[in-house]
Design a protein around this ligand. Structure first.
Ligand code: PRE
Length: 118
């Protein structure tokens, strides 16, 4: 059983060349989406290793987890990059809000752990 609207070619739709073509193309695009997601996960792993190290150093030095000036510069740069790549700058900004928000939560946790270990 498949849910209504799922991307499958069944007995009812297999005679329709357009449906078959669409399903095949969607399958190929999904392969590309999966490869992109795998690359993004690898990059996110590298990014969070880097920001965790910054978090350790900030906690050691007694710096605050957040640096609003740095974030403003990052967002401006990312919005410009997005524009030149033909990507909606709001997506770049949303990405930054997501990763920097998590990085700051992790910085705060790292600082607490350093405090406890003292
Ligand atoms: O560059 C820093 O100071 C970081 O802590 C990293 C980072 C980021 O995720 O890029 C996270 C929090 C800061 O507010 C700014 C940037």
């Amino acid at each position: 059983m498949t849910a209504a609207g799922e991307t499958v070619v069944d007995e009812q739709t297999q005679g329709n060349a357009q449906t078959v073509g669409s399903a095949a193309r969607i399958g190929a695009i999904r392969g590309e989406i999966d490869r992109i997601d795998a690359a993004v996960i690898e990059l996110l792993s590298r990014r969070f290793k880097a920001t965790d190290e910054v978090g350790q150093l900030k906690a050691l030095a007694g710096f605050a987890p957040a640096d609003p000036e740095r974030e403003r510069a990052q967002v401006e740069h990312l919005r410009q990059l997005a524009q030149s790549e033909g990507l909606d700058p709001a997506i770049a900004q949303g990405y930054h809000t997501f990763v920097a928000g998590l990085a700051k939560e992790r910085h705060a946790r790292i600082a607490q752990e350093q405090q406890k270990a003292r």
